[in-house]
Each structure stands twice: as structure tokens, then as C-alpha cells.
Design a protein around this ligand. Sequence first.
Ligand SMILES: [Zn+2]
Length: 242
Amino acid sequence: MGTPTGSDSGCTHGVPWYVQALGSTLLAGMNQSEGSLTEVLADGIKAVASMHDFACDLSHPGSPSATVVMLRRTASAVDWLVLADSVLVLDVIGAAEPMVICDDREAQVGERYRKAMDALAADTVEHVAAHRAYVETLRDHRNRDGGFWVAAVDPLAADQALTGTVPAESVRAAALLSDGASRLVDRFELITWRQALDLFDESGPDELIRRVREAEARDLDGARWPRGKTFDDATAIYWTFS
Ligand SMILES: [Zn+2]
């Protein structure tokens, strides 16, 4: 989750550094460890926490954090893990609808506080201030029971991730999306998950991102789809299994 301009994080490294460090650590962990994805994630969070400098205040509520979505295919199974606001879509052979896994705890907490921000036109000074206040308010609920969980400093967050396993031969394809990419379906409701998978098959993830940007550009003031960021970071990975 980004740190809005003007907000303090207690860390000299920042979110891009954290995401890069955690991502590479988790990839290595998935290749080297026979453990569960929960264990790989807990070890990864611990390892990256030790990479901060003495100058970083790891107890700061705004220390860099990240959502996590992991997928591991072994000879017999596909293991998955989702923490915070990423979305995993599994196209299961024989099922009419894809299996969609999302951890909506942050959205549920956010629902309580976003009214003031959503009432303001995006890209105004007032909206920027309301967004900063919203993000700082949400921090008080971060990695706490009854709140929401993200990868940051506390390895116990890994236990809060949604996890599961499906037989390898039952999965045709998988899509891993940041919430900035999934918004075309789950927030803007412009297409269904089935249509999103068809789009990936025909044109790849680039086309989905293009459509997200097109929709965002048509609603610059957020009147139709109130949102914290007019244009959010959007990442989509599509994996077809042979
Ligand atoms: Zn740091």
C-alpha cells in the first residue's frame, strides 16, 4: 500500500523497495522450501524485516507494507495464498464460473471511513487531504484482530492469509491481479470474471490494463466510481497450464 505524499512511514526505504525485497525473497523461498506458502511468507516477512536499517522505525504504523498473492504448482497440486487486496482467479476445468479469491477485510474496514473522501471530486486539494486522512486512519486497523492484515514487519500476518490447494490437473488457467487491475471487474463492473479470462486468452493482460485506464480516464472526477486513486497501480499476470 502506498504512502500518500505528506504521510510519514518511519522507514528510509519506501514501498517500492519493500515490494521488490519481499517479492524476490518469496520467489526464492518457494523454490527452496518444501514448506507451506504460509511458512514461506512468514519467513519472507521476517527476512525482509531484518534488511531495514537501524534508522528505520519498524514499530511505525506506516512502515512499508504489501499485499501478497502466491501460486505454486507442484507435480500434483496448485497451492495458492492471498493476503490483503490482491485477487486470484482460477479457471477450474468443468466449472461454469471461475473461482475468485479475494481478501476483502481492508475494504470492509475502509467502508466505515471512506464516505468523506468519496463525496469529494478526485484530483482536488480536498480529496488529496481526505485520502491521506483515510489512509492514516486505516493504519490503526492494520495487522490487528478485527482489522485487516498485510505483509509488513509482523510474520504472524502470514497466518491471516487465505490459502488453499486444488488438484493440478483441474486448473486450466490462473490470473493474479492487483486491486488496481481487478477494479475493471469488481469495482467498475464493466465485465465479468469469465469475460476477463476470455480477454486474457485473446489479447493478454495488456488489453485488460488498457481497458482499466480507459475507464479511469472517462471518470476523472470519480463521480461514477468514487475511489482513493484516480489511476491506481495495475498489475496482471496470466498463466495458462498445459
Ligand atoms: Zn526501512
